[in-house]
Design a protein around this ligand. Structure first.
Ligand code: MOS
Length: 739
């Protein structure tokens, strides 16, 4: 690999398309005859729909159809769909049961979005109400063991004897931490346009994080042959986990399109983003730690609860990081879920890791305080040199270097050990740190590279670019392997007619697709070499393959760089339309791997807390990350910036509140759900520690989409403690908690 294309801070290849409005997002297609749908939502948390008065809506101008639980067609694969533990059971109005406030109970189709929305407001619904479960604490006694999501094992781990070790310890922490319900707020709300090409063929333009993943569920649900379902999602305005699975609007758009015999567009409003798609469930976590006088951890117990919906299982696996982050001989983790009348939760950036590290990394800070030890030193002392959960080596780990570099850039040495030691008038200043981590995962992936007659290349893979820069880094990988300038490579992503691509989730997209793209592109280049050296008409005829270089769209002799020809010339002489390489980089299952792969990092943060007002301002933020090979310094930095800002929202402002009597989300817009804005975010110093990982995958790539968020909330809470002497164990750290 040359260093020219792999690594540098290159701008996005699709940047111009995006800023000029030429990148087409899901809601921007206009199939002929398209009409518009609006969803009617329940206004009670539990019960059943007794009757819906739809006449007024049906008579409203432009209305083509009103679907209710009574007349919605049955889905052939609904049972299979329902059986999936993390699908919204009642997403598609298959019966009249109401399980949460805001559940879809009707769809109005009209000739404009405005008319559909207006008519939806005219539908009157009468319910038989039933008592609802809305309080997570009231559900502790009847909580169930947490399920694993999507076939993952249920969270939980035991090694050693944690009870005995806790009893024997001289220094202990025993604290409960809570994180609220949170909602994803990508810039682009969910959107779908459903087109029935005929009775058996469906096309869905859909904002999602992985077209093949969405197709798998929709084809099951509608009883269609997967190959007859085409999902198109070429540009996506942010995902964060909520666009991983298809939610009600995607399914309902397909049902509505069938009902009216025309393409149907269904776009969620910002408000509907808080009830019609999943969310991060609230957690209540208890962490117990014990250490000896030198600060060596002797026991770690991490247990707790997260919420889920009445009938669907989804657990926020917040204890996973406690199993492996520190060397500790006695560990026990287990989790339960409480069923509430709320929508079904789902993955949200660092699912498990983000809330889990808030608890664990806060508890570590509390332990350091009890031991009168520097919290960074405590983490160094407990560094896990191998994975203590699976008792196997890491693919690579540069966490100690992240600690060192981060501390140096931050100036951690100058930090006083005691809290409340620094003030600037009314403002208390403190600093805190936390460890960040995320598993290095991969999904199956196939890529096809073609070098075309004009000497340019097209690379196909049904991966997704959800705003992360995937188009750019994939093009870099291909161009590098092909010996082409970046602008001569065209990436095609986000369409199920392309070869199987990974979900842009689990921080796994780049690591999944890049090795396949590299291998497919290398094969295409090797075919060009073969064509040239075997052809008496080529100036390279007779050379050994290893004596041929590929540069700037030309093959040339290593020994005599004046001797060569272009890819276009080679193909023209052979009268070939293209050469093609194809590669499959499907990974080995995690349980068969010999190493454990994780990206690690460290956050260092300085806060300024107004003592009179309780307001917290972030004044400095340094983050150092070791995540294997970095393909593009600019897009990678942007990923970490975005991740950290996501974490700052989690730390200080984000909280979804439901009405305790009706279970309706009360913070269902960006005025009430507080995301960090520019004024809340300081200049963030992002540093990547160089890391060559020989084991994690063929290119040594780990993910960077989620790690930036993990640990941030704890680093902020720890800094707030250091500034004020107040330990806030309940996110978000709003001013009322500091007064
Ligand atoms: Mo991400 S929460 O794994 O889509």
């Amino acid at each position: 690999m040359s260093s020219k294309l792999i690594g540098p801070a290159l701008s996005r290849v699709d940047g111009r398309l995006k800023v000029t409005g030429k990148a087409t997002y899901a809601a921007e297609y206009n199939p002929p005859g398209m009409v518009y749908a609006a969803i009617v939502q329940s206004t009670v948390p539990r019960g059943s729909v007794l009757r819906m008065q739809t006449t007024e809506a049906e008579r409203a101008p432009g209305v083509l159809a009103v679907l209710t639980p009574r007349n919605t067609p049955k889905l052939p694969g609904a049972d299979k769909y329902v059986a999936n533990p993390i699908m919204p059971r009642l997403a598609a109005m298959q019966d009249s049961e109401v399980l949460y406030n805001g559940q879809p109970i009707g769809v109005v189709v009209a000739d404009s979005f405005e008319r559909a929305t207006h008519a939806a407001s005219l539908v009157r619904t009468f319910y038989v109400e039933k008592p609802a479960a809305l309080d997570i604490e009231a559900g502790f006694a009847s909580a169930e063991p947490a399920p694993g999501n999507f076939g993952a094992p249920p969270p939980g781990h035991t090694r050693g004897d944690v009870t005995a070790a806790l009893a024997a310890a001289s220094t202990r922490v025993d604290a409960t931490y809570t994180t609220p319900t949170e909602n994803h707020n990508p810039m682009e709300p969910h959107a779908a346009i459903a087109v029935w090409d005929d009775a058996e063929h469906l096309t869905l333009y859909d904002a999602n994080q992985g077209v093949h993943f969405v197709r798998m569920f929709l084809s099951q649900l509608f009883g269609l042959v997967p190959d007859n379902v085409r999902i198109i999602s070429r540009y996506v305005g942010g995902g964060f986990g909520c666009k991983a699975l298809p939610w009600s609007h995607s399914i309902l758009s397909v049902l509505a399109a069938k009902a009216v015999g025309r393409p149907v567009k269904l776009v969620l409003t910002r408000q509907q983003m808080f009830s019609l798609v999943g969310y991060r469930p609230q957690t209540i976590q208890k962490v117990e730690l014990a250490a000896n006088a030198q600060g060596k951890l002797t026991a770690l117990r991490h247990t707790g609860f997260s919420e889920t919906s009445e009938k669907d299982g989804f657990s926020e696996p917040f204890t996973n990081t406690s199993n492996m982050l520190y060397a500790c001989p006695n560990v026990h983790t287990s989790q339960k879920v409480v069923r509430l009348n709320a929508g079904t939760p789902t993955f949200m950036r660092g699912p498990g890791e983000s809330p889990g590290t808030f608890a664990l990394e806060s508890a570590l800070d509390e332990l350091a305080h009890s031991l009168k030890m520097d919290p960074l030193e405590l983490r160094r002392i407990n560094h896990a040199d191998k994975d203590p959960e699976h008792n196997r080596p890491w693919t690579s780990k540069s966490l100690l270097e992240c600690y060192r570099v981060g501390a140096e850039r931050f100036g951690w040495k100058k930090r006083p050990l005691q809290p409340r030691a620094t003030r600037d008038g009314e403002v208390l200043i403190g600093s805190g740190m936390a460890t960040a981590l995320f598993p290095a995962m991969r999904f199956p992936c196939v890529a096809v590279t073609r070098v075309l007659a004009d000497g340019s290349a097209v690379v196909q893979c049904a991966a997704a670019d959800i705003g992360t820069g995937a188009y750019t880094v994939f093009a870099q990988v291909a161009a590098d392997a092909l010996g082409l300038p970046l602008e001569k490579v065209r990436m095609e992503l986000g369409d199920t007619t392309l070869p199987l691509g990974p979900l842009a989730g689990g921080s796994a997209s780049t690591a999944s697709a890049s090795p396949a793209i590299q291998s497919a592109s290398t094969q295409a280049r090797q075919q060009l070499v073969k064509l040239a050296i075997e052809d008496t008409g080529s100036p390279l005829h007779g050379l050994a393959a290893q004596d041929v270089l590929a540069e700037n769209g030309r093959l040339l002799s290593r020994k005599d760089k004046n001797k060569g020809e272009t890819y276009a010339q080679i193909l023209a002489r052979k009268q070939l339309p293209h050469v093609e390489g194809k590669a499959d980089s499907t990974p080995t299952p995690p349980d068969q791997q010999k190493h454990s792969g994780y990206a690690f990092g460290a956050h260092f943060v300085e806060v300024r807390v107004d003592e009179a007002l309780g307001t917290v301002r972030i004044s400095r933020f340094v983050t150092s990350m070791a995540a294997g090979r970095i393909l593009n310094a600019k897009t990678a930095r942007s990923q970490i910036l975005g991740g950290v800002i996501f974490g700052l929202g989690m730390a200080l402002t984000e909280e979804t509140l439901r009405d305790p009597r009706l279970g309706r989300v009360m913070t269902a817009d960006l005025a009430d759900y507080h995301l960090p804005v520019h004024a809340d975010v300081p200049d963030i110093d992002v540093h990547f520690v160089e890391e060559m990982d020989p084991h994690v995958n063929a290119m040594g790539i780990k993910g960077i989409g989620e790690i930036g968020t993990t640990g941030v909330a704890a680093a902020v809470a720890n800094a707030v403690f250091h500034a004020t002497g107040k330990r806030v164990r309940e996110l978000p750290i709003t001013l009322d908690k500091l007064l």
